[in-house]
Design a binder for this molecule. Sequence first.
Ligand code: URP
Ligand code: ZN
Ligand code: ZN
Length: 467
Amino acid sequence: MGIVLHGGTIVTAADMYQADVRIEGERIVAIGYEIKQPGDQAIDVDGCFLFPGGIDPHTHFDLPMGTFSTSDDFFTGSKAALLGGTTTILDFATQFKRESLKEALGNWHAKAEGKCYVDYGFHMAITDWNQQISREITDLVQLEGVPSFKLYMAYKNTLQVDDGALLQALRRAGESGALVCVHCENGDVIEDLVHEAIAQGNTSPKYHPLTRPPEAEEEATVRVITLAQIANAPVYIVHLTNQGALQAVANAKLKGNEVYAETCPQYLLLDNSYYDLEGFNSAKYVISPPLRPIENQKTLWSGLRTGVLDVVATDHCAFNYKGQKELGLNDFSKIPNGAPGVETRMGLLYTYGVMAGKLSISEFVALTSTNAAKLFGLFPRKGTIAPGSDADLIVWDPRISSVITVDSLHQHVDYTPYEGFKQIGQATHVFLRGKLVVQNGQLVEDKPLGIYVSRKPFLKRKGEENV
Ligand code: URP
Ligand code: ZN
Ligand code: ZN
């Protein structure tokens, strides 16, 4: 007995067409007309789009930050993701000092197992590089289904690695069939600027962007692209924010380098005027890299359109304003960096991308699902609507409009950066591997049904798709 979604418009990264979709068990088994079999349940999705489930390859759930953790763990964060139309997340399992990668991975499995409403995988964030860690990389790729790693060029004395480690990790990952994701900001320069600001008594959140200038991001982006070229390895730039960094990626792509990049809704829709809010409210926007002057937004949208940017992820890293962001009341450098966004990504990109005429609907699907699936070893199991693919499907009703408020969301955090933003469309129904988990915008499956997805190694391009 299967389910037939009848009357909708299927959208993939390549096509948009009207047809029915038949689901049996966890998979899509047929697309076409008159495909209903005896005993099938038919669901009428007339007037709606069918999108492949969203894939958010940049979340931080249950991430420890000194004496506390992000306010969203896998349970709350993934529930919010699902309600927003995302059915797979890739979270950053983080190795802390002296841990092996295997230990760190075990810690993240324990955080997520049985608590995740969406399917999930892990990138492994390496913060303590040595030869033992280098040797573990191949095992993670081949045995653990982790073909992507993350290194930070910022957050000195905690997460940051030096250029030597970066070069070695890129080389090792490249040889092992893995893709390295990099946070590009010059951490040494930032550390100096922050010390200088605090010493001068400049302690309010408005100094956050002033101590993390776009040039520090551009410089690091150019540097890692160069290191990746020396290592003959692909590289993926996370949360790119500005014109200079975008130009560096565009130049590298033009040269044929295997460089990929993501941006996030916050950089497309918010700007540095949020650092001038009254009182301490700007702390809600203390994220790294920071929000940029508004003119960068136009460049980022065109980067999405022209393929310089490959993915729109969220960097969901939620901290409550009360009690967490407030830790930096007297010193902006003590404000935990990050903001929520996992629930609002699809709606915002649909509204301010597709509905505003900045993206085609197929580009929207590519940026929110397909490209991440291809880059991170999930395609064609996920990231598209095709026979044989997991039935991770979003029924998107474009006739519903709403206004985003913190109370309308399910993220476990006391604010949203998008308070008052209009949203067009809604994920009215969501299927996770064939199971209807969201119906009429409400969660109808109480249990978290998400499973760990072991991912395939990254195939170097050389003219081939990563399928
Ligand atoms: O401010 C941010 N982005 N916090 C999360 C960690 C990171 O840099 O991705
Ligand atoms: Zn980062
Ligand atoms: Zn992040």
